[in-house]
Design a protein around this ligand. Structure first.
Ligand code: COA
Ligand code: ZN
Length: 302
């Protein structure tokens, strides 16, 4: 029917409340975060990054992580899988204490970015991940491999560095792998090469792709991944997001752009585009953001 060999359905993890909020320039009041989380959860995403348990000195915007996590659990636990990002053992302990059941451990394929982002070597991060896997109380643990393709400080990142991290993490029992283009500068060719290498090394493992859209390659990279059979993507409503320790990177690929393209290709997402556009416009109004996603412009009279 499609004339193109792509999955019939995809899973979208919405990351606006974590990746999106962390890079917003002015402090977002906790109540506004809660409202946006409610709006997004009402759209039916199966998975959502809710917050991150990081140093408030590193990311002041995430200072209210315990309150946000508890609020989410009261209202949405069992409906949406709420994921908390953690960069170290302290973050994991704090997340579990606040009731988080799904953790995503952040580390970078690039040594230089890992140091800038978490002040650890990659080996140091992996050792901490192993310790976190031994903690009690979580249901699911994943890793988000930042700078899987390019690094703001070291340029192109060899696929081998990504493969090494995935291999170690699988040995520790990690269940979810996210391969992230933190900079938003990876080309479709680079994505194809790295994914080919990962699939060759670990046939049969599922992993999610997380593309930023700095160069406007986000959808091209999604299409590349779809044609390779990938069916899990992380995006942000209203194209918010970015790592404050990755200079030059802009927001995530917009969820509405992914849903729009998927819909036009007959790929199921479970998300209603018109309702999503309303929520994304609402986010832009609440946070005084200029909406940059393509779908919002093209579907103004939707
Ligand atoms: N949450 C809250 N506070 C934390 C923390 C966490 N996960 N980890 C460490 N801290 C605190 C310590 O308690 C200590 O506080 P004190 O100075 O008041 O005693 C201080 O931070 C320094 O601890 P240390 O272990 O030396 O951490 P660090 O200064 O090397 O910082 C990180 C390392 C990982 C905590 C910090 O770089 C960080 O939060 N990075 C995350 C960046 C991020 O979220 N990027 C975007 C998403 S990928
Ligand atoms: Zn990101």
């Amino acid at each position: 029917m499609l004339g193109m060999n792509v999955p019939e359905t995809i899973v979208i993890t919405e990351v606006c409340p974590r990746d999106g909020f962390q890079n917003h320039k002015t402090p977002i009041p906790t109540d506004v975060k809660k409202e946006i989380i409610d709006d997004l959860c009402g759209l039916g995403f199966p998975r959502m990054e809710i917050t991150s348990f990081v140093s408030p000195r590193a990311i002041p915007q995430m200072h209210d992580a315990p309150e946000i996590m508890r609020y989410f659990n009261e209202k949405w636990k069992g409906v949406v899988r709420g994921i908390a990002l953690v960069p170290n053992i302290k973050g994991a302990e704090n997340a579990l204490e606040a009731g988080a059941k799904s953790l995503i451990f952040a580390l970078s394929a690039s040594e230089k970015h890992n140091m800038a982002n978490t002040r650890r070597t990659v080996e140091g991060s992996l050792a901490e991940l192993r310790e976190i896997c031994g903690l009690q109380g979580y249901e699911e643990i994943g890793i988000g491999i930042a700078t899987s393709f390019t690094c703001p400080f070291a340029g192109d990142v060899p696929a081998e560095d990504v493969v090494r991290i995935i291999g170690a993490s699988l040995d520790f029992g990690v269940a979810h792998i996210t391969v992230a283009d933190t900079m938003g500068t990876a080309s479709p060719l680079q994505v194809e090469k790295t994914l080919t290498r990962i699939k060759k090394e670990f046939p049969g493992i599922d992993f999610a792709l997380h593309f930023h859209d700095t160069y406007g390659f986000g959808l091209a990279n999604v299409l590349t991944a779809l044609r390779m059979g990938c069916d899990s993507f992380e995006t942000s409503a209203a194209s918010m997001g970015g790592c404050p320790f990755a200079p030059g990177a802009t927001g995530n690929l917009a969820t509405e752009d992914l849903v729009n393209m998927a819909e036009k290709m007959g790929i199921g997402t479970g998300i209603d585009l018109a309702r999503l556009l309303t929520v994304s416009r609402g986010i832009s109004e609440k946070l005084e953001l200029k909406l940059s996603s393509h779908a919002v412009g093209a579907c103004r009279n939707f």
